[in-house]
Design a protein around this ligand. Structure first.
Ligand SMILES: Nc1ncnc2c1ncn2[C@@H]1O[C@H](COP(=O)(O)OP(=O)(O)OP(=O)(O)O)[C@@H](O)[C@H]1O
Length: 307
């Protein structure tokens, strides 16, 4: 059995991974890594490829792609019965996305040479996962794990826009442009926010985010207090903010200095839910698998990551 199994999304980083993967292969070979790999051919295939690889006995599963690919690979560590391999399988990441927000929390180098060195060093850390229940595109209840950040409201709306346009300008610019255009078009959603079973807000909101990691949106430090292994969800809400206020305060989110603004609330909890009469724009690790109403739980130290 080879030591590593790479799950490669050739469409990530605006399609450039298809070409760069050939370069990475040369680098892996120069480092004499012992590996197999598979390229995905479409959405969600990374999950089934990962499940098969774990069932075959691979112990180090490496996602090569953006945050969406990492999410799909992580979900492949589980099936309907729960975790398919208990202690001994670890996740690695060679980040080939545009946003690349998760690696900023995990301190995994962005360049593939550095990321491969991290795989060789082989230190592992157990991290938490958020468990998200939402409505999928067929309006059925679905559960999915989130590694980094998930939100309903403006962030979901931004992700929809960014995922439907070219990200060729790079992560920072693509998400900044998408955010600015979205703020101009977005109308606040409305719903009930419950934290650990207690209603904390009822009415209009701009965004309700559940954070495991610190960064989203191509480098915005939404949850500077988040610790990825502490067993808690950091909830950040922006309520009753108008467009001008959102635009005025946007630069603060890149530096994490939005925390403390009177309309930005922070809660640390084990459970969060947002219910609404309307379908809420939803993103999970930068992808749009469906809509809110949504509920979140947290599984402490659910998966090991090489970082
Ligand atoms: N072969 C494929 N062709 C087209 N899309 C694919 C393929 N394989 C996976 N996908 C989809 O590509 C999407 C984007 O993947 P990913 O998030 O990893 O890259 P990205 O968008 O470049 O990065 P980031 O999320 O960091 O901005 C995911 O929704 C995934 O399901």
């Amino acid at each position: 059995m080879k030591e590593f199994f790479f799950v490669v999304n050739p469409a990530s980083a605006n399609g450039t991974t298809r070409v760069v993967w050939d370069e990475i292969i040369l680098f892996l070979d120069s480092k004499q890594l012992n590996y197999d790999y598979s390229l995905t051919s479409g959405p969600n295939e990374a999950t089934t490829i990962t499940r098969d690889a774990i069932k075959k006995g691979y112990k180090k599963i490496i996602a090569v792609g953006g945050d969406g690919t990492v999410n799909e690979v992580v979900n492949g560590f589980f099936d309907e019965q729960g975790k398919i391999s208990i202690e001994d399988v670890a996740l690695g990441v060679i980040s080939r996305g545009t946003g690349c927000d998760l690696i900023k929390t995990l301190n995994i180098p962005k360049n593939y040479q550095g990321a491969v060195e991290t795989l060789i060093t082989g230190n592992t850390k157990a991290i938490d996962l958020l468990q998200v229940q939402f409505l999928n595109k067929e309006k059925q209840k679905e559960k999915r794990y989130c590694v980094n950040i998930s939100d309903v409201g403006l962030g979901g709306y931004v992700a929809q826009r960014v995922n439907h346009t070219s990200k060729s300008g790079g992560g920072l610019w693509s998400y900044l442009r998408g955010t600015l255009l979205s703020i101009l078009k977005y109308k606040n959603n409305s719903g009930i926010i419950e934290v650990d079973g207690k209603v904390v807000h009822q009415g209009e909101f701009s965004i309700v985010a559940a954070a495991n990691g610190r960064f989203f949106g191509g480098g915005m430090e939404l949850a500077p207090m988040a610790k990825i292994d502490d067993g808690y969800i950091e909830v950040i809400t922006l309520v009753n903010m108008g467009k001008v206020e959102l635009l005025y305060n946007l630069s603060k989110v890149y530096k994490g200095t939005h925390i403390g603004h009177p309309k930005v609330k922070h809660y640390r909890c084990k459970k969060l839910s947002v219910s609404s009469d309307e379908p809420l724009p939803l993103e999970i690790d930068g992808e749009n698998p469906g809509f809110g109403g949504v509920s979140y739980g947290v599984v402490q130290k659910a998966i090991k990551v090489i970082c």
